[in-house]
Design a protein. Structure first.
Length: 244
C-alpha cells in the first residue's frame, strides 16, 4: 500500500492507494495526523510533495520502518512526462503531479489542468505526455487580500456570491463582483484560447477554490479534486518500479 502526502501552502492532504481499490483520501491534516495515518497501516512506499516545507523533514516525523521506500518529490525526481520547460528545477511539484494525474485519467489525450489553489495554474500536457508549459495567476483569495493590503480604505472581504452583479451598489459588493467576474472572464477566456488550439483538449479542474467556479465554466469540464494525489501515486509507482 502506498501513502502519498501533498503538503501545500495552505493545506496538508494525504491518500492511501492499494491495487484495485479507490484511494482513501484524508484532508485538512496536521503533522501528528499524518504520522497517525502512517502508523495505522505501515505503508510499503511513501511520497511527499511539499511546496511549503522540505519534504525530507517528514521522514523522521513519520517514524517509518527502515525498509519503507521514501521519496521526496523535487525538480530532479524522474516522472512519466517529458518537461518542455526552460527551468525544470523551478517547476512546482504540484503542477507536475497534477499533469501526471491528468495522464492517468486521459493517457492518450491532450489535457489542460487548472489548479485553483493559493495561486491558479493553467498547464497543458499533450497527447504524448509532453508537459508544454503553462501560466501562473494570482489565486482567488489572493486577489481580495491584494486589494486590502495595497490600499488605505478597501476592506478585506470574503467571496459570497458565485454570480455577483456587474453593477454593484456598495464597495463590498463591488470588490466581490470585480474579483469573481474578473476571474470568471480569465478562466473562460483561457479555456477558449486553448480549445481553439486543441479542440479536443480535456479540461481538468482541481484545487480548493475549484467548487466555487465549477458550475460557471464553459463545459465540458472534469472536476477531479484528487488529481494531484493521483499524480503523486503514479510518480511513486514509476520510481519504485524503476529504482536500481
Amino acid at each position: 500500500m502506498n501513502l502519498v502526502i501533498d503538503w501545500g501552502n495552505s493545506a496538508l492532504k494525504a491518500a492511501w492507494f492499494a491495487p484495485g481499490q479507490p484511494p482513501e483520501i484524508h484532508r485538512n491534516l496536521t503533522l501528528p495526523g499524518v504520522r497517525a495515518l502512517a502508523e495505522q497501516k505501515e505503508p510499503a512506499a511513501v511520497l511527499v510533495s511539499s511546496t511549503s516545507q522540505p519534504g525530507e523533514s517528514l521522514r523522521d516525523e513519520l517514524a517509518l520502518l527502515p525498509d519503507v521506500f521514501f521519496l521526496s518529490l523535487n525538480g530532479l525526481t524522474p516522472v512519466p512526462l517529458e518537461k518542455r520547460y526552460d527551468t525544470p528545477h523551478t517547476l512546482g511539484a504540484d503542477r507536475v503531479a497534477a499533469a501526471v494525474g491528468a495522464k492517468v485519467l486521459f493517457p492518450e489525450e491532450a489535457c489542460l489542468v487548472i489548479d485553483m489553489g493559493t495561486c491558479i495554474t493553467y498547464d497543458l500536457v499533450d497527447e504524448v505526455s509532453v508537459f508544454q508549459g503553462g501560466m501562473i495567476s494570482p489565486g482567488f483569495r489572493m486577489r481580495f487580500l491584494a486589494m486590502h493590503s495595497f490600499t488605505e480604505r478597501l476592506p478585506l472581504v470574503e467571496p459570497e456570491d458565485a454570480n455577483p452583479p456587474l453593477l454593484a451598489r456598495n464597495t463590498r459588493q463591488a470588490m466581490q463582483a470585480g474579483v469573481v467576474n474578473g476571474l470568471l472572464a480569465e478562466l473562460n477566456g483561457i479555456l477558449e484560447a486553448h480549445r481553439s488550439n486543441h479542440p479536443a483538449v480535456k479540461v481538468l479542474l482541481c484545487g480548493g477554490d475549484a467548487p466555487f467556479f465549477e458550475s460557471s465554466l464553459k463545459p465540458p469540464i472534469f472536476a477531479v479534486p484528487e488529481l494531484v494525489l493521483l499524480g503523486l501515486n503514479r510518480i511513486l509507482e514509476y520510481n519504485n518500479v524503476n529504482r536500481s
